[in-house]
Design a protein around this ligand. Sequence first.
Ligand code: FAD
Length: 457
Amino acid sequence: MFLAELVEALGADAVSTGEAIAPRHRTDWSGVSPALPLALLRPRNTGQVSAALRLCTKHGVPVVPQGGLTGLAGGAVPRPDAVALSLDRMNAIESIDVAASTMTVQAGATLQAVHEAAAAKGLLFGVDLGARGSCQIGGNLATNAGGNGVLQFGMMREQTLGLEAVLADGRVLPMMRPMQKNNTGYDLKQLFIGAEGTLGVITRAVLRLHPLPRTRATMLVALPTFDAALELLGRLHARFSGSVSAFELMWRDFVAASLKWQSLREPFDDVHPFIVLTEISGSNEAALAAALEEELGSAMEAGLVLDAAIAQSQAQARSFWKIREATAELPTNMHPPLNFDVSLPMADIGRFAAACRAALDARWPGNISVFFGHIGDSNLHLSTDMSTVDGSEHDVEAIVYGEVEKFSGSVSAEHGIGLHKKPWLGVSRTPDELEAMRSIKLALDPLGLMNPGKVFD
Ligand code: FAD
C-alpha cells in the first residue's frame, strides 16, 4: 500500500526496492553498518519531496536523507525500516545573480558544480573540500561542512542566505529570501544547517559568493613551537586582513608520515617540529610577494620562523599541498586509521595535542598517531594507526575525548555526530543543551521520523 502510493505520487522510476537499489546507497564513506533501505526515493522537485514525506508520515515510515554519501560520521546510513531519500536528481544551478553575488541551487547540486558555475561568472564559493566531486550542497548544509576556506569565509552556515526545507509532515518552509539583513524572528534556516537531516529535508538554497582572487601565494613555513604558529597567524591576519585563506599546521609526526608514505623529500634542509602550509590571496602578484617576504623576514628576526619557502610556480604550490594532503593516504598506510575531528579553544591546541600524545604514549608506547589541523579554525585532526594500539577504538576514543573534555573542546569540529560520535556527544553538550535540542526535534518532527537514531537517540 505504502509503496504503491509512493509510486503513484512520484512515478515508478523514482521508487526502487531490493536489489534495484545501487549498493552505494547502503552506507556512506565511513562504511559503517550497511543496510538495505525499505525503498530508495529519487524525487525530481520539492513538490515530490513534500508528497513523499506526507506519505511517510501517514504510514509512520522513517526517512533517511541522502546527499553524495561522502559523510564520515554515518549520518546518511539507511535502515531496513526506513526509506532513503536521495536528492541526486535535484541538482540544478537555478540562477546566479552576479551583482548581488548569490547563487540559487537545488540541494542535489555537487559542490564542484557550484564552484564551476561560480567561477564561470568570475566568482568564488567559500567552502571547498576534498569530496567536492561527489558531496552535494544539501549534504554540505546538513553537516555544516567546513574544509578549506573557513579561515577566510566561514563554514556553510556563513555561506547561506536562504534555504528551502520540507518538514516530516510534508510542509514546505520556503525561507529563500536572498537578503543578508532579515531580522524577522527566529532564523529558522539555521536550525536545518548542521542538523544532519534530523529536522527535515533541505531542497534548495541561496548561497553567498565572493570575488575570485586575482593571485594567491602558497608557502611552507617551519616553526619552533605551536605558540610561534599562533603568533605568525596573528601577524598574517593583521598584515593581510581577510586574505589568509589557509593555515594548515602539521606536527612533525604528520610531516614524517606524509613524506614516507608518498616518497617525498624533506621540504627544508633541517627537520623542524612544526611546518605550516599557508596561503594568502591578493590582487597584485609582485606586491603580494614583496609584502610576504618582508613579513616572513620580520617573523624570522623575531624567532617565530625557522625557515620558509614561497612557491614559485603552480607546480611547486601543488607539491606543498601534497604534503598536507597525505590524509588521503591514511586508509592505505594505517591499519586501519582511527580519525578524530575535534575543535578546541585556539590557544589550547598545542597543549591539547601534547597531552593527548602523552596519554596515548603512556598507554601504548610506540603507537603511531599523527596530528595536523586547520588551526586558524580551532580545528585539529588526529589519526591513530589501530594496528599499533593494543585496545579497542572505544579505548582510544576514551583517551582523546577525555582530553577534549578537559580542554572544553568539541568532539566534532566539522564532520558531525551521525552514528559514530553519538556516545560522546555529552562530552561537548550539557544535559540542558541536549534537552533543548530534543525539544526542537519534537516540535518539528513529533513522530521522530527524520533520520532517527542519528545525532542522539
Ligand atoms: P551525505 O554523506 O550524503 O549526508 C551527510 C548527512 O547529511 C547525513 O546525515 C544525511 O542524512 C544529511 N543530508 C544529506 N543531504 C541532505 C538534505 N538534502 N537534507 C537534509 N539532510 C541531508 N567535511 C568537512 O566538513 N570538511 C572537510 O574538509 C571534509 N573533507 C572530506 C574529504 C573527503 C575525501 C571525504 C570523503 C569527506 C570529507 N568531508 C569533509 C566529509 C563530507 O564530505 C561532508 O560531511 C559533506 O558535507 C557531506 O555531504 P554529502 O552530500 O556527501 O552528504
